[in-house]
Design a protein around this ligand. Structure first.
Ligand SMILES: Cc1cc2nc3c(=O)[nH]c(=O)nc-3n(C[C@H](O)[C@H](O)[C@H](O)COP(=O)(O)OP(=O)(O)OC[C@H]3O[C@@H](n4cnc5c(N)ncnc54)[C@H](O)[C@@H]3O)c2cc1C
Length: 397
């Protein structure tokens, strides 16, 4: 146990509540560097993905992929789709910008992967790490600090101790509530309808998004002639669309989406999610930290929610690995300062995108102007791409 010469014996160096993608990634990264980790998950260990692609898809950028590689997890290539271009336009064609990875000297921008494929790959890695213990089907009911440890009481009768407890238990985090950390939140009064489809046309290396006054329409490529379509619209319009049968939905998509999508050969699956933003008022407490959606939820239109959660995990892991005491308050403050600034910037960026492209006409004209600027000033475009990849745009490579 790291630093145990000066601290009382605890069950683990770090306990992570929530074995979703962010919590499992932090557990794997810490376990891979020899830390003793306890991972608490209220559900079961994830099952191996098979058959049709799942609806929950995420993009992983360069920094996120580097972090996952550092944990030793292996993502199956056949279920990942690298993308090299991001095409952003408005519906009437007056604003358009094409971002290409090659312009920044990169082979691709990252990959699209099912959430369950990433989570499963991370849990497979955890099974190989002797320092990691996974506790499934249990959840915390209370927590308190005692000297150099924090205690976590679970609903299965167990009590565990660690130098640091991390909440990675999603937007409705129990750990955040137990630590009395409040949130600010905002409801966009929008839903994202996600529809997995098979297409006649192959379009696997470009991810595109078209802004309309009622919300964006996006195409995220999946391996083979498959795609995940994201259709943002008002609560009412989305609920009405959900009543359509597959044939009627196919027609509605072919009518509303840009022609470049081509014909659909199959609707594979669909569901819709409310769009909200949320930010924890603090990311840390005594021997406690929040990461991922437990700390922040951003508008998904830029595909960055999971990425910034993994960046939280990356920053926290580096601070823990380099320090002596994982729960050292000054180190946790360093984590909060670094990550709050970055996450606040992402919240502001996604918020302005939403308001610029779906707001009143003068705002939308400003949105079109920003696409013109990005298209005509290569420096501005490169900076935006590096920012979206989790890279420091001001750092010389
Ligand atoms: C429509 C949509 C599209 C998106 N697209 C993208 C994208 O392209 N790119 C991107 O980066 N992000 C995207 N996101 C955001 C991304 O899905 C989330 O940011 C990400 O899933 C958060 O991961 P997490 O591990 O923090 O939380 P979660 O995925 O919510 O995982 C939390 C885990 O904790 C467990 N848990 C919960 N409560 C407890 C408890 N009390 N005790 C123990 N365990 C508990 C849960 O069972 C779960 O396993 C999108 C979001 C939406 C809604």
């Amino acid at each position: 146990m790291q630093g145990s010469d000066q601290r009382t014996m605890q069950d683990h160096d770090v306990i992570i509540v929530g074995g979703g993608m962010v919590g499992a990634a932090l557990a794997a990264r810490l376990g891979n560097s020899g830390q003793s980790v306890g991972l608490i998950e209220q559900g079961d260990a994830p099952a191996a993905p098979e058959g049709d692609y799942d609806l929950r898809i995420s993009s992983l950028n360069a920094r996120s992929l580097k972090f996952i590689n550092a944990s030793g997890a292996h993502l199956p290539e056949e279920r990942c789709c690298p993308f090299r271009h991001i095409d952003v336009a408005n519906q009437d064609g007056t604003g358009h910008s094409l971002f290409s990875a090659a312009d920044s000297g990169m082979e691709d921008f990252g990959i699209f992967v099912e959430n369950r494929t990433l989570q499963y790959a991370l849990w497979q890695r955890l099974a190989d790490l002797p320092g990691v213990t996974c506790y499934t089907q249990c959840a915390p009911i209370s927590t308190l600090t005692t000297g150099d440890a924090r205690l976590l009481e679970l609903d299965n009768g167990k009590t565990l101790t660690a130098a640091l407890i991390v909440g990675a238990d999603g937007a409705r985090s129990t750990l955040r509530e137990l630590a009395s950390i409040g949130v600010t939140h905002y409801d966009y009064h929008q839903r994202a309808m996600i529809i997995n489809v098979e297409t006649e046309l192959p379009q696997q290396d470009v991810s595109w998004q078209v802004f309309t006054p009622t919300g964006p329409m996006a195409m995220l490529p999946l391996p083979g002639q498959r795609a995940s379509l994201v259709w943002y619209d008002s609560d009412e319009a989305t609920k009405a669309r959900e009543q359509l049968d597959d044939d009627a939905l196919k027609t509605a998509i072919e009518d509303a989406f840009p022609e470049r999508l081509g014909k659909l050969t199959r609707i594979v699956a669909r569901a819709s999610f409310p769009i909200k933003r949320q930010h924890a008022k603090r990311y840390i407490g005594k021997r406690l930290a929040l990461i991922g959606d437990a700390a922040h939820v951003v508008h998904p239109l830029a595909g960055q929610g999971l990425n910034i959660g993994l960046h939280d995990a990356d920053t926290l892991a580096e601070i823990i690995i380099q320090g002596r005491d994982p729960g050292d308050y000054l180190n946790l403050l360093r984590f909060e300062c670094q990550r709050r600034a970055a996450n606040q910037a992402m919240i502001a960026a996604t918020d302005s995108f939403h308001h610029l492209f779906t707001g009143a006409k003068p705002l939308r004209q400003l949105g079109d102007l920003s696409l013109h600027i990005a298209e005509r000033i290569p420096f501005a475009k490169r900076m935006m791409m590096q920012q979206a990849n989790g890279l420091n745009p001001f750092k010389r490579r």
